[in-house]
Design a binder for this molecule. Structure first.
Ligand code: PXP
Length: 254
């Protein structure tokens, strides 16, 4: 099982001020030191968090491997071919969404055509290709037909069900979503696909997903970056307080 850490939200904090900190490239080094098996980033069409500069530097510095999430449209496929990440995960992308809301719409002929074209271009460049899909039979079969190396099962609906775990209806929904993930994972593996999963996974809900034997890779971002903010805040404040107090002591001595 590989744990890949999505560092988009480090870039989100930087972009909130359009400044140069925190640098996702430095965050990637720390994630690797912490045991990440890979670094995941989404180069969005609107560049709301990760920038081209980040991707190029990550390509040159990440020791484990970069999983680049990208839409099958716009200039990002060209950039992927140039940067040559270890893995490219094709995701649907809508400008107005807060985060990737669902899997690729492989039933839609136009969308399927764009994905097929991107898979072909990436595979011709020997880049491992994964498709982010809802955990349903037809989507898994479509991914296999399109020649992807892997599928990433969208765990968002499972994560939403988890929030209702205090109720009987919520627990039934969790059981249904887990069964859906297990079934899709098993079908994917039987079709020769590597099976990944991600979206909305947290310290509380990851255990039953990580226990599904066919799943070989998890991509987790928001929950880990959120925790990093909290576990790091005390030390960060202590360091700033020390600088401020030292400055005051030195003026008082003069
Ligand atoms: N996998 C994919 C394909 C995603 O688009 C995202 C969100 O960027 C993730 C995993 C990580 O989701 P989260 O930030 O909720 O852990």
């Amino acid at each position: 099982m590989r744990l890949q850490i999505n560092i988009d939200h480090v870039a989100t904090i930087r972009q909130a001020r359009r400044t140069d900190e925190p640098d996702p490239v430095r965050a990637a080094v720390l994630a690797e030191l912490g045991g990440a098996d890979g670094i995941t980033v989404h180069l969005r069409e609107d560049r709301r968090h990760i920038q081209d500069r980040d991707l190029r530097l990550l390509g040159a510095t990440v020791r484990t491997g970069v999983n680049l999430e990208l839409a099958a449209a716009g200039d990002v496929v060209d950039i992927a071919l140039e940067v040559r990440p270890m893995e490219a995960t094709l995701v649907p992308e809508r400008r107005e969404e807060i985060t990737t809301e669902g899997g690729l719409a492989l039933r839609d002929a136009d969308a399927r055509g764009r994905v097929a074209d991107a898979v072909r271009r990436l595979r011709d460049a020997a880049i491992r290709t994964s498709l982010f899909i809802d955990p349903d039979d037809d989507a898994v079969r479509a991914a296999a037909t399109l020649g992807a190396d892997a599928v990433e099962l969208h765990t968002g609906e499972f994560a939403e069900a988890w929030k209702l775990r205090g109720t009987a209806a919520g627990r039934a929904a969790i059981a249904r979503q887990l069964e859906r993930l297990r079934r899709a994972a098993s079908l994917g593996a039987s079709l020769g696909l590597d099976v990944h999963a991600g979206h909305g996974l947290t310290y509380e809900n990851v255990t039953p997903v990580a226990a599904i034997p066919e799943i070989e890779e998890l991509n987790i971002g928001h929950s880990v970056i959120s925790r990093a903010v909290l576990v790091g805040l005390e030390r960060a404040v202590r360091e700033m307080a020390e600088i401020v107090r030292r400055a005051r002591r030195s003026t008082e001595r003069e």
